[in-house]
Design a protein around this ligand. Structure first.
Ligand code: GNR
Ligand code: NI
Length: 168
């Protein structure tokens, strides 16, 4: 296994739209294992392939305390959304930034698992937030895009400064 580099906002590659996975094979499971190791090491409760510069529809989540409940979603689709919740979100690609985002409270997701088997899951609360956050990454969207342009500019400049890149 290997720990992969995570892209940092405002890296333009974070805005790439991921393509569907065609085959669930050993090579894909190797990427899943590396992404899991990367997510646990970070530590984070979710990781989208986009964040490790792999532009395919693959995301992982593990919201358990014990960090032994990995859930893999390949080619995920949201079939139903219901209600609203506000959660203070963070992102491994936007280190040190935590801001409130409004999302659906309940989602019904359909996806393939790491064996290529189709499944459906109804998610609420943090799991629902996390899956929606990761699915946004696959669409090339980072959570700061829900914030005001002023906040987003401040966050961008703070992160560029941290990365020693001249502010825009
Ligand atoms: O580790 C993470 N924590 C988190 C907290 C609140 C809402 C969403 C998240 S996902 C984030 C990991 C990450 O950046 N996934 O893309
Ligand atoms: Ni994120």
């Amino acid at each position: 296994m290997a720990i992969l580099d995570i892209l940092n906002y405002p890296d333009p590659r974070l805005h790439t739209v991921a393509k569907p996975v065609k085959v669930v094979d050993a090579q894909l499971r190797r990427l899943i294992a590396d992404m899991a190791e990367t997510m646990y090491a970070a530590p984070g409760i979710g990781l989208a392939a986009t964040q490790v510069n792999q532009h395919i529809q693959l995301l992982l989540v593990d919201i358990s305390e014990t960090k032994d409940q990995l859930q893999v979603f390949i080619n995920p689709k949201i079939l139903e959304k219901d209600g609203e919740q506000v959660y203070e979100e963070g992102c491994l690609s936007v280190p040190g930034v935590y801001e409130s985002v409004t999302r659906a409270e309940k989602i019904l997701v359909e996806a393939l698992d790491a064996q290529g088997e189709k499944f459906q899951l109804e998610a609420h609360g943090l799991l629902s937030v996390c899956i929606q956050h990761e699915m946004d990454h696959l669409l090339g969207k980072v959570f700061v895009e829900y914030l005001s342009p002023l906040k987003r500019t401040r966050i961008k400049n703070k992160l560029l400064k941290q990365q020693r890149i001249r502010p825009m």
